[in-house]
Design a protein around this ligand. Sequence first.
Ligand code: TRH
Length: 360
Amino acid sequence: MLWDIFCRVIDNHGDLGVCWRLSADLASRGHHIRLWVDDASALTWMAPQAQLNDQGWAQLRFETGHIEVRPWMAALNEASVASEVWIEAFGCELPAHFVNWAAHNTNSEDKKNHPVWLNLEYLSAENYVERSHKLPSPIMAGPLKGRTKWFFYPGFTEKTGGLIRESHQSGASAAALTQAAIPQLQRSSLFCYEPEALSEALLLKSFAAPQHQWLVAHGRGAKAFDQALTHIPQNAMPLFQKLPPVSQSEFDRLLAQCDLNFVRGEDSLVRALWAGKAFIWHIYPQEDGAHGPKLEAFLEWLQAPQCLRLFHLKWNGLTPGALPEVDLPLWQACVQSARARLMAQIDLVSQLLQFVAEKR
Ligand code: TRH
């Protein structure tokens, strides 16, 4: 099938990161994707194989499928092919010129010929996700009045749309991890925003040099790390290495090779789960405080032991008190059991294909 996927980059890298993973997973299953992006610049490091040009176009061929990245305002004409599915990522709304084109070119009387129109929502473990998944949202105004848009919610339970999980994420690596010796904390990756507890973390015994090394991802987290270092006495300096921006596949490999991963936002959280190593999540902070209940719901689903819960709350600035030391065997066991629960569920792209087939 031909899919139009729409992505507006609000801030950070998660919007594009998720849309690229989704496109690549679909393309690897033989589908053709037009990925419309208002700022695709991060693809130069996230997916260098796509060879983005200065105008915001990129192409990537898979064995049978293919992705074409298009600038948000790219023109359409009479000869443009209509797709079978439209996906608005994170409620970004379709570009006006696309809506106008679609109203003239996909307006068959037979509703069966209308593209299936989906809004792919943000990931959350909160209860509303199961209630809202697959709900219709009738279009009441504009050139596409009368059509229906469907909510598609990713999530952590069977009653949600699931998580993006490519076929190479098998159960085998989790099994191998389970049989491995008691894990030692030697390397931690750090991808975060600006956690207040960062300098306190750098001083924990768990992370003391020389047996431990930080691998610090580029961007906001790296700046926060530099800032935190200014509060550390010379004789307690941690060992660290700064990393350049790497591709998504290299990023995934990094998570698999570390003993503990500090991740953030949405996509790297999912990747930390697939890596099957202990992790700490820095949730995207929202001004209205909505991230508090969202984090609690996730920790509940994760069945996080008390010290892991406490570390998360403190890392996210949601509780006073001291950061606990790392309990790697306990935390890794918790992540592996969560991963095993997820592996038993249907992945997001398979569910998406099923849903589209039902609606066509
Ligand atoms: O960048 P983020 O903080 O994105 C966030 C979240 O998506 C959040 O939900 C959203 O509301 C906000 O953006 C606007 O974190 P996230 O989601 O982990 O996205 C980072 C992406 O960058 C992910 O796909 C992994 C990728 N990445 C690389 O490919 N290479 C790298 O070197 C690094 C550090 C990240």
